[in-house]
Design a protein around this ligand. Structure first.
Ligand code: PEP
Length: 252
């Protein structure tokens, strides 16, 4: 049985005070939730303060990015070891905004995944097609290239620990959520691909989140699909009440 994982990607929102206010609320409202893994991913500057506040709670902390080197002359970058010390358990890698605005390639993301795992952190690796790629019906090739590139060179044990996130670019921040059929089709495609690259037990252990305009009114429909194991959430993770509703979605 794969444990559902709901993660909030706050992007470049919330200063330290605002971040603490939000997690104080989440800590109370999500107390006792055990059947779903909950992760919040604040901006770097708030990671440490948020981790301190959440110590001993059922909410884990993730970062939104990192660099692959351990340390050195890499101005402006943050290493996995620094994130671990600051209290992170997860790191989101390869988000479409990083691919689009910062020109991150699959090769580059692959190096970061390696560095994150080497530090004992867990990656949430994002993949997804643009609207143009969906309309041209080439999403399978696009996602295959992304997943194969990001996962290159890892052992079965390493892949089983990872979290993948299918995030259609056309659904991120647009309010245009994928239908449950569209999302399930891609999730199944990804799981089958991982089975071909590794084996069935690895594919079955792997958790695949859906991301893209997940809201309290559509979360349950998506999460009850057989190959959807959670959600990576942007906008609806910025308010305690909506994030709590997402975590406590109705299981059928
Ligand atoms: C995201 O950025 O990962 C995301 C899914 O955003 P939103 O939920 O706002 O579409």
């Amino acid at each position: 049985m794969r444990k559902t994982i709901i993660a909030g990607n706050w992007k470049m929102n919330k200063n330290i005070a605002e971040a603490l206010e939000l997690v104080k609320d989440l800590k109370i409202k999500l107390e006792g939730v055990a059947d779903t893994e909950v992760v919040v991913c604040p901006p770097f500057l708030a990671v440490n303060a948020v981790s301190q506040l959440l110590k001993g709670s059922n909410i884990k902390v993730g970062a939104q990015n990192c660099y692959f080197e351990k340390k050195g002359a890499f101005t402006g970058e943050v290493s996995p070891a620094m994130l671990k010390e600051a209290g992170c358990a997860y790191v989101i890698l390869g988000h479409s905004e990083r691919r689009q605005y910062f020109k991150e390639t699959n090769d580059f993301i692959n190096k970061k995944v390696k560095a994150v795992l080497a530090e004992g952190l867990l990656p949430i690796i994002c993949a997804g097609e643009t609207l143009e790629e969906r309309e041209k019906n080439i999403w399978k090739e696009v996602i295959k290239t992304q997943i194969t590139g990001c996962l290159a060179g890892f052992t079965k044990e390493e892949v089983s620990k990872m979290v993948l996130a299918y995030e259609p670019v056309w659904a991120i921040g647009t309010g245009k959520v994928a239908s449950k059929e569209q999302a399930q089709e891609v999730h199944k495609f990804i799981r089958d691909l991982v089975e071909k690259l590794y084996d069935k037990p690895v594919a079955e252990a792997l958790r695949i989140q859906y991301g893209g305009s997940v809201k309290p009114d559509n979360v349950s429909i998506l999460m009850n699909e057989p190959d959807i194991d959670g959600a990576l959430v942007g906008g609806a993770a910025l308010e305690a009440d909506s994030f709590v509703k997402l975590v406590k979605f109705e299981k059928k």
